[in-house]
Write a protein that binds this ligand. Structure first.
Ligand code: FAD
Ligand code: NAD
Length: 366
């Protein structure tokens, strides 16, 4: 009997190469992935240190080099999606010939589980702070020109600050600067900015420090993390979004993605739980969107309404969900839920009690 040589030895570990011209250094990463895209490529270049991370399913490939010579501030990234090649193009500071790319750093050329790769932070500049409600602000952070980073729908980043001498880290879910009211065009943002919608708590350790940042100050922002897969929404026909308070944040990109990119989508219903009317985030934009797009519906539910509130009230409950989350015959349903932990846990349990399967429910958690 003949043995088939190499049949199982197909090596899916990415590899890289580099070349130069008088003015440029190009690093090519052969990812061996068919569906490469900008969200799977994270590049940073600071103080002559280049870090290029490629996400391949639940693995991470890293190019990490202390460059031999100085480069200019901006970095270009080209992605050949079909053939899975990623080019990182650096501009030489001086037009001299490099004998080598540089010194390999500790994790260079490793291909490991994504969860085993430590978080990497870069400093981002606070560009603006605008009020969303009495206690919630929209922060715009600018990534360095030498960073290539796109936060995928449904994922969060970590912010890091030194507070009273201690490093403190908290997760936040990037949003869009506004909801997509012009639905003809898929919202394309160039990736230079990260928008965060953050509730400032009067006794909150991290958010108080954040609130004291001035325009022009810097804050450390990590690589994205999270287990939501966009493919979950790309095949859904009826989408339900259950959000409580700032649990609305992952719903922003999700809503935008669903309404602009999902062709099989028939309805999206946002059920938005808040304490009072004044706490409702982007109420006006949501109502405008509902008027503009007949697939989209929004329902506000208040747990501490004033007497004149004509809408629904209460907290998440079985009866409320059985009334508001209805399955249409044979339709493919996805229900996403996010808010305070007890809200999310109760919600998931009620949905299961109503007969929805694990695959039909996505809970956003830490
Ligand atoms: P803390 O100092 O931790 O306290 C916050 C407030 O809650 C204070 O008033 C405190 O008194 C009270 N509190 C603290 N612990 C408890 C408790 N166990 N029970 C009752 N009350 C308590 N937040 C956003 O605003 N926007 C986002 O986009 C966002 N995304 C997130 C994504 C993920 C994956 C997760 C897990 C959380 C996200 N959060 C988001 C919450 C955020 O990470 C912080 O928890 C929040 O900003 C509060 O931080 P803090 O240090 O200011 O507050
Ligand atoms: P909030 O205190 O203003 O409450 C908003 C609504 O949540 C209330 O009106 C109520 O309907 C519901 N709720 C609150 N506590 C509840 C409880 N114990 N049981 C059932 N329902 C309850 O909310 P907030 O201050 O805006 O907090 C938002 C929460 O969402 C935070 O805990 C934050 O960490 C979390 N969050 C998580 C993610 C994520 O995991 N990806 C993202 C964003 C926010």
């Amino acid at each position: 009997e003949k043995k088939i040589l190499g049949a199982s030895a197909k090596d899916l570990t990415p590899s890289y190469d580099w070349f130069q011209t008088d003015s440029l250094i190009t690093i090519v990463i052969y990812t061996k992935q068919k569906d490469m895209n900008a969200e799977l490529v994270i590049v940073d270049c600071q103080d002559k240190q280049l870090r290029g991370e490629i996400i391949v399913d639940d693995h991470s490939y890293l190019v990490e080099i202390a460059l031999d010579h100085a480069v200019q501030g901006d970095v270009a990234v080209n992605i050949a999606e079909k053939i899975g090649e990623v080019e990182i193009i650096l501009k030489k500071k001086d037009n001299i010939r490099w004998k080598m790319l540089g010194q390999h750093l500790e994790s260079h050329n490793t291909f490991i589980k994504r969860t085993d790769r430590g978080l990497f932070y870069r400093k981002c500049k606070l560009i603006s702070k605008t009020e969303v409600t009495h206690d919630t602000k929209l922060l715009c952070l600018m990534l360095p020109k030498s960073t290539h980073l796109h936060v995928p729908t449904g994922q969060h980043v970590y912010l890091k600050q030194i507070i009273e001498g201690k490093e403190v880290v908290k997760p936040y879910t990037p949003v869009l600067p506004f909801l997509p009211l012009d639905l003809k065009e898929p919202s394309h943002h160039d990736g230079a900015y990260i928008y965060l919608m953050i509730k400032i708590y009067s006794c909150g350790l991290f958010t108080q420090a954040l609130d004291h940042l001035q325009i022009g100050d810097y804050i450390s922002v990590s690589n994205p993390e999270g287990n939501f897969k966009k493919s979950q929404v790309q095949t859904s026909e009826d989408l339900f979004l259950l959000a409580a308070g700032t649990g609305f944040t992952p719903m922003v990109k999700l809503l935008s993605c669903a309404l602009t990119e999902v062709s099989c989508l028939r309805t999206v219903k946002l059920i938005f739980f808040n304490k009072t009317e004044d706490d409702i985030l982007w109420r006006n934009q949501l109502e405008q969107l509902a008027l503009k797009d007949e697939r989209f519906e929004v329902q506000f539910i208040l747990s501490q309404p004033t007497k004149d509130w004509m809408g629904k009230q209460g907290k998440i409950s079985l009866s409320l969900l059985s009334e508001l989350v209805k399955r249409r015959k044979d339709s493919k349903v996805l229900i996403c839920i996010c808010g305070p932990t007890p809200f999310t846990e109760q919600g998931v349990q009620y949905l299961k009690d109503l007969g929805y399967s694990q695959e039909e429910i996505h809970a956003f958690t830490a």
